[in-house]
Write a protein that binds this ligand. Structure first.
Ligand SMILES: Cc1cc2nc3c(=O)[nH]c(=O)nc-3n(C[C@H](O)[C@H](O)[C@H](O)COP(=O)(O)O)c2cc1C
Length: 197
């Protein structure tokens, strides 16, 4: 048997997560981002629950906290430019939904009409962990606009132009620098049920 040692970062590249477009609206303000930290959090088909991990510094996080709701979308590779529109920069500087066909959900969330599938979600629990805030949310309505396979992270990056790649890397690097101290500070405060042993 050959045992090889590789960096954890390169081994984690074996995982190819779905790309989720997360949108929210609070009053006149609307926005969205791309997230891979989204998961189905219930086995009960009668009570579908989603869990999303959103960084505290993101504009979309403010909107979710103000409205208590979010919409989750899967897109296909044909809508990769929509994904880039949500992945790059901040909704504080521009309307990320400009030029995107949207309708309004029952909960008031913007629903992206180019999406493969969408899930309108109402937050029922929230947990801060320093560099992420986790939201558990009930799916109150869902729908499908297209057919195909959900866009995944590797495909999105392979379809990015050189300029998009360097902007994604710059955004990611600055998020890591900003968020690392928040994560470390949270670990220092752990006690009670959150502390192992
Ligand atoms: C592939 C990919 C995955 C991402 N996953 C997440 C995530 O799970 N949670 C998160 O808060 N941000 C994630 N981001 C970062 C946000 O999409 C990005 O910073 C966004 O521009 C923030 O927008 P906002 O400030 O307008 O909300 C991801 C970005 C990319 C490119």
């Amino acid at each position: 048997m050959t045992v090889s040692k590789q960096s954890t970062a390169s081994l984690l590249q074996l995982i190819n997560r779905e790309i989720w477009v997360v949108t929210a609206r609070a009053g006149q303000d609307r926005g969205g981002l791309v997230a891979t930290w989204v998961s189905v959090a219930s086995l009960d088909d009668a009570r579908p629950v989603m869990l999303a991990g959103i960084a505290p510094n993101h504009h979309t996080r403010e909107l979710i906290d103000r409205s208590g709701a979010l919409a989750l979308h899967l897109v296909t590779a044909q809508q990769v430019e929509v994904a880039f529109q949500f992945a790059l920069g901040s909704g504080r500087d521009r309307d990320k939904l400009a030029g995107v066909d949207v309708c309004e959900s029952e909960l008031g969330n913007p629903i992206v009409q180019q999406s493969l599938a969408w899930f309108d979600c109402k937050v029922f629990a929230r947990q801060e962990t320093g560099d992420r805030i986790f939201y558990w949310a009930d799916v109150v309505e869902s729908g499908q606009f297209g057919v195909g396979e959900p866009l995944r992270e590797h495909e999105m990056l392979s379809l990015a132009s050189d300029e998009q790649k360097s902007r994604l890397k710059a955004d990611r690097d600055s998020d890591v620098v900003l968020q690392r101290p928040w994560h470390l500070a949270w670990r220092e405060t752990l006690s009670g049920d959150l502390k192992p042993g």
